[in-house]
Write a protein that binds this ligand. Structure first.
Ligand code: ADP
Length: 480
């Protein structure tokens, strides 16, 4: 099949969260299975500077209609592996920035312009290069208008650009909401500014475009596909989702085991397998050293790696500060994002720097070390479309402590509720729930045989992309 992806993040070129890992791993897995895969990505500075893009060739110069103006752009392409082409949608004024969506305080003011331009540029490229896609697969709100733009362009030009379109919701909390006045930038027919179009409470929602107009809609875990139909998790879009139930499904993300694999991980001081965990002990020693903790510490180390966003349950962690201050444990947090959350975690560190550490930045290497060197990985999300870190941690023999929501339910088994199959600990997404799970983690840690058995079960789980990529392949074939 000829499969075209469009997304605003792609590992290793630009990443703020799981989206980048997923598009990269899925694109790679489909290419390895012999499909002809293209991935469109905004031409961010980081992507253009990446060594893979050094030999990128210019494919097209574009003039894109944005309301009553035209914006020029350029498409550059390179091929990082067999069967895979990455197309960078370049326009300096929009994408030559240090961060993809905004600074810490707020989003960029021209995000509507930027991502409407992106969707239009992808559509134009498919048309002008005559790519003849079987499937166009758009990800999240930044590519949400693509299914709609494609059909609109097909109608106007009398051509077929994609046989079928798929839209994946990686997180329904991010809806691409903009003032109604931005609708004009789409140049779409006026009737699409309506309740059954992309109008959303007197604004426009680019995410809604993807949900309503793609042939198939997916979420990144089966549980999340159920949850977003409810007011509790739908973030106001549950009614919109309800209109697509026949075409909605959830496909669990996988783990890219060429990158997240303790046996070959280039970021670790030592590598290890389930059969020989001595390398994990070396990672633990390195983690203690890196964060200036007592090298002789023998108790449990809790790790956390996440975007600093309310979704990730950092407030629940902070509300359990007494646990981290008074129990004989260590806590390492790696995160970046909300300044409020960062300041509050920093405040906690200041009370016990010999026990609690924070690294407030994006640090790929440190994220691997924390996964490997910790004993427990804490992920008390309030909601979680899939979550990758809880899978990574199991692969690394680090037991996840997670809340009972979304993809976390689909990927973790509680070791107390299910002593023979458990691979981690689960709790309600509440202060008390997390407190109880942390206390249970300490009990599990001191019961060495029980901890070791859960660890072996966690490391034996198969989260590889094989299953997930087969799921998408079947979905594409069914749609076609
Ligand atoms: P989300 O997509 O909601 O951010 P996921 O668990 O699906 O959550 O994916 C998060 C990804 O981002 C993981 O690969 C994680 O390691 C990475 N990540 C998050 N914060 C950081 C950070 N500060 N430094 C390095 N990697 C990070």
């Amino acid at each position: 099949m000829k499969i075209v992806h469009a997304a605003s993040e792609l590992f290793p070129y630009v990443k703020t969260g799981g989206l980048a890992d997923v598009v990269s791993a899925l694109g790679g897995a489909l290419a390895d299975r012999g499909h002809e895969v293209s991935i469109f990505l905004p031409g961010y500075r980081a992507a253009l500077d990446h060594r893979d893009a050094a030999g990128a060739t210019s494919k097209l110069h574009l003039k894109i209609e944005l309301g009553d103006q035209f914006a020029s752009g350029e498409i550059k392409a390179f091929s990082p592996r067999k069967n895979l082409t990455v197309y960078l949608v370049c326009r300096e004024e929009f994408f030559d920035r240090l961060a993809p969506y905004g600074n810490r305080e707020r989003d960029f003011e021209d995000n509507a312009e930027r991502f409407i331009f992106f969707c239009k540029a992808v559509t134009e490229t498919l048309r002008l290069l005559d790519i003849q896609a079987d499937i166009v697969h758009a990800h999240d709100w930044q590519a949400g208008l693509l299914p709609l733009m494609l059909r609109d362009a097909e109608r106007r030009h009398g051509v077929t650009l994609a046989l079928k379109t798929v839209f994946t919701i990686h997180n329904i909390a991010y809806q691409g909401l903009f003032p109604a006045a931005k609708f004009a930038l789409t140049n779409l027919p006026d009737e699409l500014y309506q309740i059954d179009g992309i109008e959303y409470y007197s604004q426009i929602s680019l995410l809604k475009g993807g949900i309503l107009f793609a042939d198939r809609v997916t979420t990144v875990s089966p549980r999340y596909a159920q949850e977003i139909q409810t007011p509790e998790f739908g973030c106001g879009m549950d009614g919109v989702v309800q209109t697509r139930l026949e075409d909605l499904s959830g496909i669990l993300n996988g783990v890219d085991n060429s990158i997240w694999n303790p046996a070959i991980d280039v970021h670790l001081p030592a590598r290890y397998t389930a059969a020989d965990l001595s390398g994990k002990a070396a990672c633990r020693a390195e983690l203690l050293k890196r964060f200036d903790f007592d090298a002789k510490f023998k108790g449990p180390i809790f790790g956390m790696v996440c975007r600093f966003a309310e979704q990730k349950g950092i407030d629940l962690l902070l509300a359990n500060r007494d646990f981290f201050l008074h129990e004989d444990v260590r806590l390492v947090v790696l995160g970046s994002g909300s300044k409020r959350l960062e300041d509050e975690v920093r405040g906690l560190v200041a009370r016990a720097p010999q026990k609690i550490a924070l690294s407030a930045k994006l640090d790929e290497a440190a994220s691997h070390l924390i996964e490997a060197g910790s004993d427990f990985f804490v992920m008390p999300s309030l909601f979680e479309p899939c979550g990758l870190n809880q899978m990574y941690s199991q692969v690394y023999g680090t037991l996840p402590v997670v809340s009972r929501v979304g993809g976390l339910v689909d990927t973790v088994i509680d070791a107390d509720a299910n002593p023979t199959a458990g691979t981690g600990l689960m709790c309600a997404p509440t202060v008390e729930g997390l407190g109880d799970a942390l206390a249970r983690a300490v009990k599990l840690f001191v019961d060495k045989p029980r901890y070791a058995a859960a660890q072996q079960r966690a490391m034996a789980r198969d989260f590889s992309w094989k299953q997930a990529s087969l799921g998408y392949e079947t979905l594409y074939s069914d749609a076609l």
